[in-house]
Each structure stands twice: as C-alpha cells, then as structure tokens.
Design a protein around this ligand. Structure first.
Ligand code: DGT
Ligand code: CA
Length: 575
C-alpha cells in the first residue's frame, strides 16, 4: 500500500527529535520521537486507518503524546509543537550538533549571538577568531572546535559499523514492510563487518522492482535521492551516509551478493581465477567464456564452487590469504557468539557504569554466561569515579556475599590503571585479592612513544595483571591510538602469558582486526569483552566477535570461550 501519510509523519517526528536535541531536551523524549518515526515507517497499514479506529497507542513506540500529534496532523496538516520548535532555526543548524564538544547550549548561544547557523560558518568564525568572547568561547575552546571540525570532516566520510548497521536494519525493515521484496541482504563493507563503512549496499530480489525502488526513494529518512533507475537507486540518509539499493533477478542473487560484498581486492582475485579456468564472473553469474553458458549465480556457494573454492565467510574477504585457504580446504573455524562463556570487562554504578552490581550479574546470567566479571575503574581514573582500595575491598566482599544467590560465577575484577611509570594503581596485596585483573591506560595517554611503550610493557610485567584492555586507546572518529610500539607490547604479553582484549564498545573496537590477527598469530590469548557500562551494551559482543572473525580468530584462541576453571587457573595459578 501507499503509506504516504505514514512516511510524511515519520519524517516530521525525525525532525522533532533533532530539534528537541538542540533544545537540550532529555534523551528519553528525543528517543521517543525517533522510535515513533521508526514505528511509522515500518507500519504496513495506513496510519489514518489506525487513527480512525482509535488504536494509535496500540502501536509499539507510539505513546499518548505521539498519538495526539498524529491525530493533530491528520486533522490539521500541521503539528503546532513542531512549528514552535522550528521557529528560527535553519535546517543546517542541526548539523552543528555533530561537532563533538559543542553542546546544544553553546550551539544555540552562538546562533543567537553571532549567527552561527552551519558548520562552515562555525569554521570560518573560529579561523578568524571572531567567535572568541561569545557564548563562553575562549582561545583554547576555539582551537578545540577547529580540531573537532577536522575530525567531523573525516568522520563524515565513513560511519562506524554499529551506527551503519542500525541504519541498515531499519531500512531493511522499512523495505520489507511495504511489499515487493523477496530476498533482501546487506552487502559491501557492512557485510564484511569493517569497523567503518563508506556507504550501505543493499541487495534485493523482487518481481516488482519499481515498487521497491519507490519505497526506498520516498522513505522518511531520505534527505536526497542521488540516483534513481529501474533496478537501482542511491539515496542520502538523514544520518549522512549514502545507501545504494540494487534489485536483481533471483537467478543472479548469489553472484550479485558475491560481487557487491567485495572487497574489491578479493573480487579481483576471484575474477583472475575464473579467467584461468575459461570462465567469467560478473554480478549476473558465472559463465563459460567459449559458449556463454551460465554455470552458477543463484547462490554464493555455487559461485565459489564454480571456481574451485569453498564458501568464504564475508569477514575474511579482504585478500588476506582467504582465497588460498579456501582452495586448499584450510579455512579457519571462526569464533561465533555461541562459543563465548562469559564477559571479562564490565562496569557497575560503583564507578562509571549505569548498572547496580546485581543487575549486571542478572543480565549476564540471563544471557546464559557461566561467568561475569565486575571490573570497575581504579582510583586514578577520577573522571570515571574510580574506586579506592577500600572501596574495591568492600566491593569484593559484596560480590562474595551475593554469589550464593546466583548460578553464574561473579568474578571480582578491576580495570586497574597502568600509571604513567608503568606501576599499577593498586598495590600487589590488593590486586592479589581479585579473581582477574585488567590493566588499562587512561590518564596521561599522550606520552611519547618510548615512555608509553615502557609503561605498558612494565604494566604487563606485573604478575597480577591478566588482560591488557583497549590496548591502543583509540576512539573511532575522536581519538587517535596512543603512540606505542605494538610489537613490543605483544612481545611482553607473549613473554608473560598475558591476554590482550578486543574491546567490543562501538567506538573502540580495540584491538582492531589487523592488530588482533597479529597478536593471535603470535599465540597471545585474546579476550573478547564488552566493556559494558549500560545494560544494552552486553549485546555489543557481536561487534567484537566480528573483529575477531576478521582477524581469523577461532574459539580456541579466545580466553572467554574457556570454562570457568580454566580461566581461573590461568588468571590465578596455584590458588
Ligand atoms: P566501503 O568503502 O566501506 O563502501 O567499502 P565497500 O567494499 O562496500 O565498497 P563499495 O561500496 O565501493 O563497493 C561495494 C562492492 O562492490 C565492493 O566491495 C566490491 C564491488 N566493487 C566495487 N567496485 C569494484 C571494482 O572496481 N571492481 C570489482 N571487482 N569490484 C568492485
Ligand atoms: Ca559500501
């Protein structure tokens, strides 16, 4: 059906959410409008029909407020609240919120005082320093804003994996909801689970391409239709990135999926192999050069089989040895979510987490884990409300007291600072009371290469430290890795039998795939941990698993696939 009104209203709700964000409204209200928009764009029935039945609030994501806004729009063609919110702000103003460190309050004040209404304008006024003295902006703030703008420009080019995946899932749901879609699959770098993606590639089989293309190009989240043809279209999404959609016939689905999954380097190799066999591969299928006869195309398995290869997991398709391995039957058994028995990095409200300790443990138990660590920050990370030795001892006592109530084993841990000189933030007798100890660099992370390397290597030498967490400290789009010699770090981890972490937090993904592969090849145990601060973050595990898979890592190389007794024996030998 033609859900014109659904899309129209969803678009207004998205705008409302952005405007509320500018007003510094609480996040729940902002999220409520975003969720409402998402509910409307995936609603297959006409929203007017639902409204006529008085059943708007029965829709998941639509509460009383949003329902009355929908009613109002259906009656009057406008939402008064939205018009008020819009008052004065040009659309480009909203992009200012994407500049890290520039909060809604400052943005608004700068708009009111010096007319900053877009990122280019902000940049200009920072360069000429005309901005200094307004809205509390000082020389230093000005420099920081310019740096943030530079990062924003780079970040504009690529989107972090978890964000892109969230957008892709929503778009897939919208396309499914409005009919005409037979099979649908995300391809490109997103399917390969690269840590960032330039754009989203979606592949569909359909008997009604025109219908699918129309839904795709009119979705509420579309800000620009870049290209539109009979079987393909390209749009710019409100969150900044482009999305390509291609509709292919069922008999070509496998070939198209293989082609558009890439990577380009992987495809170049598969095409060369085909050529040597007298075949050609295109997005339409595999064909014999001489006769033009089609030999494969419906499934990816067939496409790979036609050139003598086993099916290759998308995460490996980077021309990093996977073609040879597939040819020789040597593809590794990669880590899966089902292999993971526990989480070895998580925070509670004792430091900077949101969760009471019991809630964290309950949630981990509900996931079916055998063990969960409690690893709050140590005292030197004051901004994260790090624990003193006394507080840590009290926490350990609480963990021991809680234990009988749970099936899951609660591991007493700490994310203990490796201080600037490489010593640990707690003395050895305190560390000795823990079940597992994480070592981390937080403060003074801008040390020179030599000092930082010495610091981490020394930290790994402490006998109580078990896992070096977020080993490079990078944050995608906002902070570079520490200047550190990773070879030396890995050599130390190897020498002392320590593990290194793949941190699953969406902006960290640290170690990255390249470093993780090197560490695993050296025989260093890998911990795939979520660094959970909030209930929903336990589910970030799959991002770290994706990095591990891209690093060719299998279950036997991962610490937290091991049974509890093995982990304890490794972490606290002789206890
Ligand atoms: P990105 O940059 O994150 O979007 O990475 P991809 O891999 O998604 O790259 P994209 O979107 O430019 O292209 C999607 C896939 O299409 C790519 O992985 C492989 C295929 N492809 C694109 N251009 C070429 C090409 O020139 N030759 C071959 N063989 N394949 C290509
Ligand atoms: Ca792409």
């Amino acid at each position: 059906m033609e859900a014109v009104k659904n899309f129209e209203i969803a678009r207004l709700f998205y705008e409302m959410a952005s405007l509320l964000e500018v007003q510094n409204e609480n996040t729940f209200r902002v999220r409520a409008y975003q969720r409402g928009a998402q509910a409307l764009e995936t609603l297959a029935e006409d929203v007017a029909t639902v409204a006529a039945r008085g059943e708007l609030t029965r829709l998941a994501g639509i509460g009383k407020d949003l329902a009355s806004a929908i009613d109002e729009y259906l009656r009057t063609g406008a939402i008064a609240r939205l018009d008020t919110l819009r008052g004065g702000y040009p659309p480009s103003f909203l992009t200012l919120l994407e500049i890290r460190g520039l909060g809604p309050k400052t943005a608004k004040a700068l708009y009111d005082t010096v007319g900053v209404d877009s990122v280019p304008k902000l940049e200009e006024l920072c360069r000429t320093k005309a901005i200094i003295g307004h809205a509390g902006v000082r020389e230093k703030t000005c420099e920081n804003i310019l740096k943030a703008i530079e990062r924003w420009k780079v970040g504009q080019a690529r989107t972090v994996l978890s964000t892109a995946r969230g957008i892709a899932r929503q778009v897939v749901e919208v396309l499914r909801a409005h009919g005409g879609v037979d099979r649908i699959e995300v391809a490109g770098s997103l399917r390969r689970m690269r840590e960032t993606v330039k754009d989203i590639d979606i592949l569909v089989t359909s008997r009604e391409p025109a219908r699918v293309i129309r839904t795709f190009t009119t979705m509420p989240s579309v800000v620009d239709v870049i290209a539109k043809g009979d079987t393909k279209a390209s749009i710019r999404h409100q969150d900044g990135l482009a999305i390509d959609l291609r509709v292919v016939p069922p008999e070509s689905f496998g070939a198209a999926l293989q082609y558009f999954t890439g990577s380009k380097d992987h495809n170049v190799r598969t095409r060369e192999m085909a050529q040597r066999m007298g075949l050609t591969i295109s997005e339409y299928g595999v064909f014999e050069v001489k006769t033009g006869r089609r030999v494969a195309g419906a499934t990816e398995e067939d496409v790979y089989a036609a050139i003598g290869l086993a099916w290759i997991p998308p995460e490996l398709r980077e021309n990093g040895g996977e073609i040879e391995a597939a040819r020789d039957g040597r593809l590794p058994a990669l880590l899966t979510e089902g292999d993971i028995r526990g989480d070895l990095h998580a925070h509670t409200d004792w430091s900077d987490g949101q969760l009471p300790l019991e809630r964290l443990v309950e949630a981990a138990q509900a996931r079916g884990y055998d063990y969960i660590i409690v690893s709050d920050h140590s005292k030197s990370t004051t901004i994260a409300n790090g624990l003193t030795a006394d507080a840590l001892r009290a926490q350990i006592a609480k963990i021991r007291a809680l234990q009988p109530r749970f099936r899951i084993r609660i591991l007493a841990g700490s994310e203990c600072d490796i201080l600037a000189d490489g010593t640990l933030d707690f003395p050895d007798d305190v560390l000795g009371e823990l079940d597992v100890c994480l070592g981390a660099v937080h403060m003074r992370y801008k040390q020179d290469r030599e000092s930082m390397t010495r610091r981490i290597v020394r930290g790994l030498g402490n006998p109580w430290v078990n896992i070096l967490v977020h080993p490079t400290g990078r944050r995608l789009g906002s902070r570079d890795p520490y200047d550190v010699d990773m070879d030396a770090v890995f050599a130390a981890a190897k020498a002392h039998g320590k593990a290194v972490e793949i941190n699953c937090s969406p902006e960290r993904l640290d170690l990255n795939d390249v470093h993780a592969r090197r560490a695993a090849e050296l025989g260093i145990p890998i911990a795939v941990s979520t660094d959970t601060h909030h209930l929903s973050e336990l589910a970030n595990l799959d991002l770290g698993i994706a990095m591990a898979r891209r690093a060719w890592i299998g279950p036997t190389q991962v610490v937290n696939t091991r049974p509890l007794a093995d982990v304890l024996r490794w972490a606290r030998p002789g206890r």
